[in-house]
Design a protein around this ligand. Structure first.
Ligand SMILES: Cc1ncc(COP(=O)(O)O)c(C=O)c1O
Length: 411
């Protein structure tokens, strides 16, 4: 384990996160789909987990140089690709991974699918920890396995794992636990102590862990991340770790994910699973180039990015503190999300959703999609220029503050 140094006094390189993107030629689910759906070019989107920033310069250069070559044959992973990932995991988390442990896929959830089908039987139970990204439960159920929630404990916006609940939830049919680390949407970076407790329970009950660590590249200044598989010999041999350049370098459209398993039997099972759909043959040539450049050359950029995101969070917190202190904001340690509890406003979901969508013309992610404990919450995507965020927060407060009976003036 080592600390990723992105302290407040580190000087960020001069990257531009303030300029609002020219969306002229862009076509994304986050913006263009929502604008078309609402037929409203003035809508602001804080939904889908993409950033409103261009990718790091090193990544742009690498992808452009592939395009310039003009040849897009089935690509072979080259040594530099493996070195970049192995180097990144060691440099950031002190996790020593061997090149042979790395497999790949076209997305984190696509990569979970073969793990589920190869290691479990229909009807087996898989534990997940809501509120969590909606696909966790969906991918379990889509494979005819039983999704068993082990809901996080929420202490006035501070989240913890429910270890007693976890022990109680395990049965003889429990085979896997899907861990979200760091956690989307609550932004927790699980501590060494928490992960050790989790590992002890899984070891005792012989449960394999699939650790989705896609947000480990997006840590707030001062956060220390520990890779679950790096905890012990047992976790090393009983974990599938999933990472992707998609979130840290804003490459969700390049469709490349990385699966790490020290256990050769786990790798064989994974390969067998993806061979069913021929996904073992070749991968995205742009995904490989983006991953290599991102993991090798983008530390300064992500450091500067997370300082920007942290400032954006402080902006949201200050505005809500001033105008709507009833709403609890969870303090994130990672990710680019802000998680807000609207329950104290006492409004029905239908009422605040209509206000947010139709009066404020905003897209946010509603917490009920994240399962138990997500009700009455919204998730805001903070990876956007401050000017855009400020406009969105202003519109949000303008519709939510009147629910308290008070007037809203920007002040
Ligand atoms: C926790 C989590 N895992 C995985 C994904 C999907 O990642 P990818 O696009 O790399 O498959 C998301 C997307 O939002 C996510 O929130």
């Amino acid at each position: 384990m080592s600390k990723l140094l992105v302290g407040a006094d580190a000087t960020p390189a001069p990257y531009d996160f303030d300029t609002v993107l020219d969306r002229g030629n862009l076509s994304t689910l986050k913006w263009e789909m929502e604008i078309a759906r609402a037929n409203d070019p003035g809508l602001l989107s804080f939904g889908t987990a993409d950033m409103d920033f261009r990718s790091p310069p090193s990544v742009l250069k690498a992808v452009q140089s592939v395009a310039k070559e003009g040849h897009f044959g089935y690509p072979l992973k080259r040594p530099g690709y493996y070195e970049a990932i192995v180097g990144y995991l060691d440099r950031h988390f002190g996790w020593k991974v061997e090149k042979d442990w790395l497999e790949s896929g076209v997305g984190i959830y696509q990569s979970m699918h073969p793990v589920i089908t190869e290691l479990t039987e229909p009807g087996d139970e898989i534990i997940y920890q809501p509120p969590v990204h909606h696909v966790f439960a969906e991918i379990i159920e889509a494979n005819d396995r039983v999704a068993v929630p082990n809901q996080l404990l929420n202490r006035r916006g501070a989240y913890e794992m429910d270890f007693a609940g976890l022990e109680a939830a395990i049965t003889c049919r429990t085979k896997l636990l899907l861990l979200c680390s760091p956690h989307n949407p609550v932004g927790r970076v699980w501590t060494l102590g928490e992960l050790r407790l989790l590992a002890a329970i899984c070891e005792k009950r012989n449960i394999i862990v699939v650790s989705d660590e896609v947000y480990s590249g997006l840590l707030y200044p001062g956060s220390t991340f520990v890779a679950f598989a790096s905890l012990s010999q047992w976790t090393s041999m009983n974990t599938y770790t999933m990472i992707s350049p998609s979130k840290p370098f804003n490459l969700t459209g390049l469709k490349h994910s990385i699966v790490i398993a020290a256990n050769p039997a786990f790798r064989a099972a994974y390969r067998k699973g993806i061979a069913r759909t021929n996904l073992h043959y070749g991968t995205s040539i742009f995904g490989l180039a983006g991953a290599e450049a991102g993991y090798r050359d983008s530390d300064d950029w992500t450091n500067a990015l997370m300082q920007y995101v942290a400032r954006n969070f402080e902006y949201v917190r200050a505005q809500f503190g001033k105008h709507l202190p009833e709403v609890t904001l969870t303090v994130p340690e990672a990710t680019y999300f802000s998680w807000l509890d609207l329950a104290p406003l006492g409004a029905a979901k239908e009422r605040y959703q209509a206000l947010i969508e139709r009066a404020a013309r905003l897209v946010v992610t509603y917490g009920e999609s994240m399962g138990r404990g997500g009700e009455q919450h919204i998730r805001l995507n903070l990876a956007t220029p401050l000017s855009n965020l400020a406009a969105g927060v202003d519109r949000l407060l303008a519709v939510l503050v009147p629910l308290t009976g008070r007037d809203y003036s920007k002040g």
